[in-house]
Design a protein around this ligand. Structure first.
Ligand code: 1PR
Length: 524
């Protein structure tokens, strides 16, 4: 039996799933006495430092936790569960941490995208049983804007490079804590968790630790999901967003099975988009919740879910906030949620009124679950224009002139799955969403979707150059070389594809093999 501290702020289901996969029975802590009684404790922190410490205080967990940590019993902290061990954090000035390890938590000061999201390596600084049987060149999944800075090097177990070298795991006696998420780090992460559980393993420094670690470019598989005319939930795929062929919704497989296949093939992340979420309320018969629950039992890489995340009033007048919808998704196994149509409407409102309300879905979800948990999915389409100043939008000079020879274009945001164009451009949308607290941009392109003709590099550069959060390039991948092209010609942190993977035209493994030696990716 292993105890797990869940203070109710995010996706702990994946940690429970990973521990259960390894044969453990998990006891969820529900009071301070449970902490005292625990023999082994896992603390997966989620959300923000300030709200975490507040909840721990309100629940009267701080004293028993400190007593547990001083008892010498095994402890594994994950992400904020590592940061909590320190005295203070720049994320919440004036709020004390558990102060078990001298030092502070600092925000990244790098000229790179923050949050630091994705798969990065580790440099092991002292022997630990955590690494028994490992090569040392494995990558683990990180998602954070702050990192710990211990006062002394004694407790440092691993470091990682992101702009500069930061501490990515600590070990002090039986206290082990990692900034990365083992429960989201595929096979390597499960092996590390197993080593934590098997406390008789020999302490080692793996042989092939890198001298410098690198954040891998991520390859993401995307599953557009909807109910077909027979009422079956299917993975479908559009051709410039038209998912019907001879009148029927294209059926490319079942969501849970397909996600499992992509995990095995080496996808670094999996995204589900409930593409009719804008018209069906996602919590009504909850098929996507079940998809997430079932997927997260066997898939140990990050899961994103989008579609229908917005405020909603049902036919009986009952109101649901976007935050409630998102919370259900997080509880069911999602690590990030993605907001499409609602983001466009929010930004229009902010631009009109000149200020943010603090109450939009983006702001509320980012406040509770952290910026990294909020992805903005943009569905833009090209609109050509003759001169950059003839429209009130961010335009670009294009290498692919329009039908009338127009040299310029802007990218019009759409809502409702591309059905409705709005007077807002993708660059402005991305910038405002970043200011509101979004942590990542999923950048689709209606013109390119399903065409197999390669990513829209001009669009990706225009958006990437306007924001400092990570950008996922999406739409148009037709072969492995398109992935190389997007990583060489733009600074996108990740590339997403759907059709070529669903139709088995190119596998994720083949993409990674092609990129080998050219672009750093996570090895399968
Ligand atoms: O607006 O918050 O309810 O979210 C709806 C979500 O559903 C949005 O993220 C929107 O992108 C998505 N969506 C809505 N309609 C469609 C459609 O196809 N008819 N799919 C749709 C968007 C685009 C990508 C696709 C890539 C890669 N699909 O997700 O996977 O273009 O495809 P490719 O590699 O085959 O070219 P809300």
């Amino acid at each position: 039996m292993i105890s797990l501290l869940d203070y109710g702020a995010g996706n702990v289901r994946s940690v429970v799933n990973a521990l259960e996969k390894l044969g453990e029975t998990v006891n969820i802590i529900s009071c301070g006495e449970d902490i005292q009684r625990a023999d082994r404790l896992v603390f997966p922190g989620v959300g923000s430092f300030g709200s975490m410490m507040q909840i721990l205080r309100d629940k009267k967990y701080v004293d028993p936790l400190q007593a547990y940590l001083r008892s010498g019993k095994p402890f594994l902290g994950i992400c904020l569960g590592l940061q909590a061990l320190f005295e203070k954090s720049e994320e919440a000035p004036g709020i004390a941490g558990l102060s078990i390890i001298p030092g502070a938590v600092r925000r990244f000061t790098v000229d790179l995208a923050v949050p630091h999201i994705g798969w990065n390596g580790i440099k092991v600084k002292k022997p630990s049983r955590l690494f028994a049987g490992m090569q040392g060149d494995e990558k683990f999944y990180f998602v954070h804007s702050y990192h710990v800075a211990p006062a002394s090097r004694e407790s440092v177990l691993t470091t990682t490079d992101y702009g500069y070298e930061f501490v990515s795991a600590i070990q002090q006696g039986n206290i082990i804590a990692t900034q990365f998420h083992p429960e989201k780090s595929g096979r390597a992460g499960l092996a590390l968790l197993e080593n934590f559980l098997g406390d008789t393993r020999e302490a080692v420094i793996p042989r092939a630790c890198p001298e410098k670690t690198e954040l891998a470019k991520r390859i993401i598989a995307c599953l557009d999901v909807r109910t077909n005319d027979r009422g079956d939930l299917v993975v479908t795929k559009g051709d410039q967003y038209d998912v019907r062929e001879n009148g029927d919704v294209r059926n490319l497989g079942k969501p849970v099975e397909l996600a499992g296949r992509y995990y095995e093939e080496g996808a670094d992340e999996i995204t589900f988009l409930n593409i009719t979420g804008f018209r069906d309320f996602p919590l009504k018969d909850m098929p996507m919740l079940e998809v997430l629950e079932r997927t997260s039992r066997n898939v140990f890489v990050p899961l994103t879910i989008g579609g229908g995340i917005r405020d909603y009033t049902d036919k009986d007048g009952r109101h649901y906030s976007a935050l409630q919808v998102a919370s259900e998704y997080f509880r069911s196994g999602a690590d990030k949620i993605s907001i499409g149509s609602d983001a466009v409407l929010i930004v229009e409102q902010v631009l009109k009124s000149g200020k943010a309300t603090g109450m939009s879905s983006i702001e509320q979800i980012a406040r509770v679950y952290g910026n990294q948990a909020v992805v903005i999915s943009i569905d833009p389409r090209r609109v050509y224009t003759e001169a950059p100043d003839s429209v009130a939008h961010e335009t670009i000079r294009t290498r692919f002139p329009g039908p009338e020879g127009e040299q310029y274009c802007w990218y019009q945001c759409t809502i409702k799955g591309g059905r409705e164009g709005r007077e807002l451009d993708a660059v402005t949308l991305a910038k405002v969403c970043e200011q509101l607290g979004a942590g990542e941009i999923l950048l689709n392109c209606i013109d390119k979707d399903g065409t197999n003709s390669g990513f829209d590099l001009e669009l990706i550069n225009a958006v990437k150059n306007a924001v400092s959060i990570p950008v996922i390039a999406s739409s148009g991948a037709g072969n492995a070389s398109h992935f190389l092209e997007v990583f060489v010609a733009t600074r996108a942190e990740a590339a997403l594809a759907a059709g070529i993977f669903h139709r088995r035209e190119v596998s994720i493994g083949e993409v990674k093999e092609y990129l080998h030696d050219k672009v750093d990716t996570r090895k399968i």
